[in-house]
Every structure is written in structure tokens, then in C-alpha cells.
Design a protein around this ligand. Structure first.
Ligand code: 13P
Length: 250
């Protein structure tokens, strides 16, 4: 039985004062939840603040991106070892907002995935299709291609103890979550693709669902066999709503 994981993705929200309030709210509301792992992925400048406020709690913290390179002349980039310096244990990789706005390729995403792994940071790999792709019925092909870029380069075993988040692009920030049936079906497909190559990795990889998760729909999503928790955008920005989702997973 895989423990559920709930990850907050703050995206580009917050400031020192509001973050403090939010993180203190998380600590107060979530510390009694013993059966769920909680992670908060903050903007880079606030990693030190997350470390300061969360270091003696059960809540882990991480970033929303990292460099594909370990060190060097890469202005504006942040390396895996820099994330480690601030106690980050997780990093989101390949979020569709980055693919769309910053032209991030599947190949770059695969390299970043390995950068995280070799530095002992759990990668949270985002995959998912657009609405047009779903309506055309090719969502499995699209997600398979996203996974295969990593599998073909590094092998399926790299998914052992990693996290994949299925985030249909049409469900992100729209209020229109995938139904539990749609999500479970894709999660089963993802696990099956890894299982065909490495059964142990398929059983240990956590597959989260992301896209308009809220305290009302969380239970229905999380009871599905292959849904191991959620990656939460908007509802992670208020402690009360985030608590509702974490309780559902707990
Ligand atoms: P929302 O929860 O706001 O739909 O965002 C989902 C997401 O993109 C998490 O990474």
C-alpha cells in the first residue's frame, strides 16, 4: 500500500509575509495528519523561508523547476545541489506551464529528471494532454511519449521511488477536474507502461493527480486504486482548503 502524498504547487504566488502566514497555517492544521506525506513547492527565493519554518515539522519542501546542468555559466538557472543546500527534497519537473511558456522540451525534462535523481531529490514529473488531444482520443499516446523520453534514455527503473503527476492541461486552473474514472484510467495506463518494463518501479512510483483538485472532489479522486495523492495549485494557497485536501488523502 503506497502512502498518499499531497504536494502544494504555489506557482508564482506569495511574499515573505503571506508565505509565513500560510506555512504557519499548514503546520497548525496538518501536524495531526499521520497518514499522508505533505510537500510544498515554493518559488526559489522562498526556499530559505520554507526551510526555516518547516525544518522541525513533518512537512517537506521543494522547488518548481531546476537546471538540467549541474554547474556552470548558465545565467538565471538554479542547480540541484543549490536546492539541496536549502533542504529541498522534491522538485516539480516538466510542468505544462513551463512547456507552454518556456518551450521546455521532453528531452530537457528527461535530463532534469536525472539531475534531481542523482542529487537525491525526488522528481515530480508532470505529464498530461491538451483538450484537443483528449477530444481526439490520443491522450494515451501523448502521455506515453512523455514517459518514453525518460524510459528510452535512462530505463524504467528510474521511476522507482519517483513521483509522476498526471495533470491534464484542460483541468489546470479551470475548475474542471478530470472525473475519477478519467484520472484512474490514465493512472492505470501510466503504471502499466512502467510495469511492463519494471514491476518493482511501477509499484513504488507514486502517481498523483493534478488539475482543479479541491476539498470537495479530493476524496472521490483519492479512493481510486492508482491515484496516490494530488498536486495542488489554487487550493494550496489557503491553509483551510489545503487542509481539506490533505485530510481527504489522510
Ligand atoms: P490547479 O489546482 O490550480 O488547477 O493547478 C494544478 C496544477 O497545475 C498543479 O501543478
Amino acid at each position: 500500500m503506497r502512502r498518499k502524498t499531497v504536494v502544494a504547487n504555489w506557482k508564482m504566488h506569495g511574499n515573505l509575509a503571506s508565505n509565513r502566514q500560510l506555512l504557519e497555517g499548514y503546520v497548525e492544521r496538518l501536524s495531526s495528519l499521520a497518514h499522508v506525506d505533505v510537500v510544498v513547492c515554493v518559488p526559489y527565493p522562498y526556499l530559505a523561508q520554507a526551510q526555516l519554518l518547516l525544518k522541525d515539522t513533518a512537512i517537506a519542501w521543494g522547488a518548481q523547476n531546476l537546471s538540467k546542468d549541474p554547474v556552470g555559466a548558465f545565467t538565471g538557472e538554479v542547480s540541484a545541489s543549490m536546492l539541496r543546500d536549502f533542504g529541498a527534497t522534491h522538485v516539480i519537473i516538466g510542468h505544462s506551464e513551463r512547456a507552454t511558456a518556456y518551450c521546455e522540451s521532453d528531452e530537457n525534462v528527461a535530463t532534469k529528471f536525472m539531475q534531481a535523481k542523482v542529487h537525491g531529490i525526488t522528481p515530480i514529473l508532470c505529464v498530461g494532454e491538451t483538450l484537443i488531444e483528449r477530444e481526439a482520443g490520443v491522450m494515451d499516446l501523448v502521455v506515453a511519449k512523455q514517459l518514453d523520453t525518460i524510459i528510452n534514455t535512462y530505463g524504467a527503473s528510474v521511476f522507482a521511488d519517483a513521483i509522476i503527476s498526471y495533470e491534464p492541461i484542460w483541468a489546470i486552473g479551470t475548475g474542471l477536474a478530470a472525473t475519477p474514472v478519467q484520472a484512474q484510467s490514465m493512472h492505470e495506463f501510466i503504471r502499466g507502461r512502467i510495469s511492463a518494463l519494471d514491476e518493482a518501479a511501477a509499484q513504488s512510483v507514486k502517481i498523483l493527480y493534478g488539475g482543479s483538485v479541491n476539498p470537495q472532489n479530493a476524496v472521490q479522486l483519492f479512493v481510486s486504486q492508482d491515484i496516490d495523492g494530488g498536486l495542488i495549485g489554487r487550493c494550496s494557497l489557503t491553509a483551510q482548503e489545503f487542509e481539506g485536501i490533505c485530510r481527504a488523502a489522510n
